[in-house]
Design a protein around this ligand. Structure first.
Ligand SMILES: Nc1ncnc2c1ncn2[C@@H]1O[C@H](COP(=O)(O)OP(=O)(O)OP(=O)(O)O)[C@@H](O)[C@H]1O
Ligand SMILES: [Mg+2]
Length: 214
């Protein structure tokens, strides 16, 4: 199974969500790897920081569309779950990431700027759809706070964009950067609320994957 995590905007939580999902899948007993497509290699660095006693989550850097296409097949033979941590650019790499995913997650922070970037992203998405009709894409609200009206309004704007939004939302929690800095996921570190929302996200993604791969 390949899970692609992509947007055109930087800093929306692609790497954080890739790493945390990977840890949850590893804890559930899946053999999992991250493919890091970003030149800043943050998931590769994160993987290097992982404490020895924790479940293994290797990360491989593949930063061009051709390298990704060529290597993903072999990686798929070795790992049950591959999470592609995307890169914020408008090049061919993003189209390849969109096309390779059995499911595509698009993390969005509920701010005006992110929503604007999402509109540009949709052009890319439509182009990819011309090549592969069934792109199983979902928005994922990150750093979401339901108590704030502009957060709820952002959700309504997304609802009109023709891509469904996952039921699970991820809140703004200090546990995320803290766990990242230690090469961990929130499943392994501290905050039970963060752990619970990540487990919920993992289950929702698994259910969606089961419905497409069945
Ligand atoms: N739910 C969250 N709560 C608190 N902090 C978060 C959350 N999600 C992400 N962050 C923080 O926001 C920053 C950006 O997140 P991250 O690096 O995951 O984004 P990205 O989309 O991978 O960025 P880039 O486009 O630069 O690769 C990081 O400092 C991360 O720790
Ligand atoms: Mg990143």
């Amino acid at each position: 199974m390949i899970i692609s995590i992509t947007t055109l905007k930087g800093g929306t939580g692609k790497s954080t969500i890739s790493q945390n999902l990977a840890v949850c899948f590893a804890e559930m007993g899946y053999k999992v790897a991250i493919v890091d497509t970003d030149l800043n290699s943050s998931s590769v660095h994160w993987s290097g920081l992982r404490p020895e006693e924790h479940k293994s989550v290797p990360a491989f850097g593949l930063t061009s569309a051709d390298a990704l296409r060529k290597n993903i097949k072999e990686l798929s033979n070795s790992y049950e779950v591959i999470i592609i941590d995307g890169t914020p650019s408008i090049n061919r790499l993003v189209s390849t990431i969109l096309l390779l995913g059995d499911i595509v997650l698009i993390p969005i922070r509920p701010s005006g700027l992110d929503i604007w970037a999402t509109e540009k992203f949709l052009d890319k998405y439509e182009q990819a759809k011309a090549l592969k009709e069934e792109i199983n894409a979902h928005f994922l609200l990150n750093m979401y706070d339901e108590r704030m009206s502009f957060n709820r309004e952002s959700k309504e704007v997304l609802d009109e964009m023709g891509i469904p939004t996952l039921k699970t939302t991820i809140k703004n929690r200090i546990a995320y950067p803290e766990a990242t800095a230690m090469g961990m996921g929130v499943f392994e570190h501290g905050d039970p609320k963060a752990k619970a929302e990540m487990v919920e996200l993992t289950k929702e993604v698994l259910a969606l994957l089961e419905s497409v791969t069945a």
